[in-house]
Design a protein around this ligand. Structure first.
Ligand code: CUK
Ligand code: CUA
Length: 631
């Protein structure tokens, strides 16, 4: 018996060894083509009870020194207010981009520019990242992300991975959760309200006036194609239902957008008994090109500083499509032919045909209306209702006509086919997935290959860190018929959605370009200076490995001090910070960048300042003194 075991072990070892050799040579060239060595490794792995599958997963996710990841994954950081950037397949965290919250690591929230962007808010709830698109495909220029908490929208420049603009609070919209989508040529980022509320902001209406005074709303934020600048384009009045997720039409359905509702009961509290009574809620289909035209023609009312369109005054702009019980995500297939409602409280995804929908619209094949909005005949536009499992939330796509749907209640991802609408496979994830993100999986040309399941709970999957555990992102392999879990990655609270883009689409800069006209900039130490005018002191400062010019600043108690700080080290990755003791001031200046801080020198005394980013062997010497002479 023992002999038999040994033989079995040896064979497993050999198989694992061969598998490893094949993977190693496929991934990293012939460097490890040494069959002898890998067989030994394989045998060791087998002896330690490591299965072939584990070895395969390890090799598929291991990115050796000198190699780079294939994809960037941009995940929203939820109420941390940040965006987290990962490399796929290694799942290594590459960067945290502060957006709606302060981040001392980079001085975000201390510099004048970032303070101005954050305004009166110190936190945000970053939900749905959306990469800019050209012809329905990610173009790698910008990343947009909405703030569920204070109705804002931010733009991150992907040349620098920094937040460039925050727009908002956007008028009239209470909790713009229902977004995640951008139109195929980044004309608009649209967001729909999670809460109904009286408009404009500040207007009071008691809850027993919910049905009359509270409104739902969709805001179309216009994006300037040249520089990404965001401004409120127009807004659309909607019934006081709660709107969940939305997606833009693509290709054949370009010009349309779809959003889900889950409170057509118009309950003013969303206790289940109120908001989940109906067997069907709606997907709202809207013709945004028609609405854009209406806005141009002046068919709107100015409310709270925005152009608000009443859809009942623009016939043909909105249709209601019944969809099984409190649908959550709605996703448009890569070819634009289908829009898919994810049932949430129903174990189904419902596939609607855009072509049939357009026929129904053209032939006025309607079945009544609600709140003055026409309802499309469900039976005539639905092409399939697929039993995928319990709690379907979101769907993404691959390059072979498959769709992947997260099942929150079942803790699984279901794979189903857009060709025959049959479920092909299921993989268990740990635990309770919300969104999922396949490689370019919501564009017109998904890549397949990888999928990340964004799980709300991790429970027993990592070393315990107390009663609350990290959340988890699981990397799933899509390269074979059966989905396989490759990697478990712990993550801070709390990614809601993520998008995965091919790494070579993003072109970062190495150094901020030289610009003599930039406010406060100095490039030569002779130009570094302190200028006084009355009680206003302006410091033109530069940092260079490893000194500050000037390295002493003398002011009087009560002076208003402005410091422009330029990092003149025009060398990739040489960052110099500036932290000032006891004045709660800190900023980071990346190569070639100029930062600005302002403060009143309220405290007399001596305040050392120093470089916070390790920059050279003389980093510790990069320091100076702020001297505040008492009155
Ligand atoms: S969503 Cu935001 S809370 Cu994007 Cu499925 Cu869940
Ligand atoms: Cu400059 Cu450390």
């Amino acid at each position: 018996k023992d002999n038999y075991k040994k033989i079995a072990l040896a064979i497993t070892g050999l198989v694992v060894g061969i598998v490893m050799a094949v993977f190693l040579s496929a991934r990293f060239g012939s460097a490890t083509g040494d069959g002898g060595a890998t067989t030994t490794l394989g045998a060791t792995a087998a002896k330690d009870g490591v299965s072939e599958e584990v070895v395969e997963a390890a090799l598929k996710t291991y990115v050796p020194p000198g190699k780079l990841d294939e994809y960037y994954l941009f995940a929203s950081g939820g109420h941390s207010g940040n965006v987290f950037v990962y490399g796929v397949p290694s799942m290594r965290r590459l960067r945290t981009i502060p957006v709606f919250s302060k981040e001392s690591a980079v001085g975000y929230g201390w510099t004048e520019e970032s303070k101005k962007m954050l305004g009166e808010y110190t936190w945000g709830d970053a939900h749905h990242p959306a990469l800019s698109e050209t012809a329905g495909d990610y173009d790698g220029r910008w990343l947009f992300i909405n703030d569920n908490a204070n109705s804002r929208l931010a733009r991150i420049d992907l040349k620098t991975f920094t937040t460039e603009q925050i727009l908002g609070p956007i008028p009239n919209i209470y909790g713009p959760h229902g977004s995640a989508f951008i139109t195929p040529n980044s004309e608009y980022f649209m967001m729909a309200s999670r809460f109904a509320g009286p408009i404009p902001y500040g207007k009071y209406a008691p809850l027993d006036k919910f049905k009359e005074e509270y409104m739902g709303l969709l805001a179309a934020v216009a994006i300037d194609p040249k520089n990404g600048h965001m401004s409120v384009g127009w807004e659309l009045l909607l019934p006081p239902w709660s709107y969940d997720l939305s997606d833009a039409g693509k290709k054949v359905s370009d010009g349309w957008a779809f959003l889900t509702t889950y409170n057509t009961e118009e309950a003013s509290t969303l206790l289940e008994v109120n908001a989940s009574q109906r067997e069907r809620d709606y997907i709202v289909a809207l013709n945004w090109k028609l609405l854009e035209q209406a806005a141009k023609e002046g068919k709107y009312k100015e409310i709270g500083g925005a152009k608000v369109i009443d859809p009942r005054e623009v016939p043909g702009s909105i249709y209601l499509v019944p969809c099984a019980k409190s649908p959550h995500g709605v996703d448009v297939s890569p070819d634009g032919k289908y829009f898919i409602g994810n049932g949430k409280l129903s174990p189904t995804v419902t596939v609607f045909s855009f072509e049939k929908f357009m026929e129904a619209v053209k032939n006025k094949d309607l079945k009544g209306e609600e709140r003055g909005l026409p309802i499309v005949n469900y039976e005539h536009v639905r092409v399939a209702e697929i039993e995928v499992g319990l709690g379907p939330l979101h769907t993404q796509f691959d390059n072979e006509g498959n769709a992947y749907t997260t099942l929150f209640v079942e803790s699984a991802v279901a794979k189903w086919s857009l060709k025959d609408f049959k479920v092909k496979d299921k993989v268990t994830v740990h635990y309770s997935p919300g969104h999922l993100s396949a490689a370019e999986g919501d564009t017109v040309s998904p890549d397949g290959k990888y999928l990340v399941s964004l799980n709300k709970l991790a429970k027993d999957k990592f070393l315990s860190v107390g009663p609350s555990h990290p959340e988890s992102m699981q990397l799933v392999d899509l390269t074979s018929q059966k989905m396989k879990i490759l990697y478990d990655n712990p993550v801070d609270p709390e990614p809601h959605y993520a998008q995965m883009i091919k790494a070579d689409k993003i072109k970062t800069i190495e150094v901020y370009p030289k610009d003599e006209k930039r406010e406060g900039v100095v490039y030569k130490k002779e130009d570094a200076r302190v200028v006084r005018s009355g009680n206003k002191v302006t410091v033109y400062m530069m940092g260079y490995r490893s000194r500050y010019y000037p390295d002493q600043i003398e002011v009087n108690e009560g002076d208003h001090v402005t410091i422009y700080y330029t990092n003149t080290d025009l060398d990739e990755d040489i960052t110099h910070g500036l932290g000032i003791m006891f004045y709660d001031l800190n900023l980071e200046s990346q190569p070639g960048e100029t930062g600005k801080i302002e403060f009143i020198a309220k405290k007399p005394g001596v305040f050392p300042y120093y470089c916070t980013n390790f920059c050279s062997a003389l980093h510790q010497e990069m320091q100076g003194f702020l001297l505040v002479k008492p009155k």
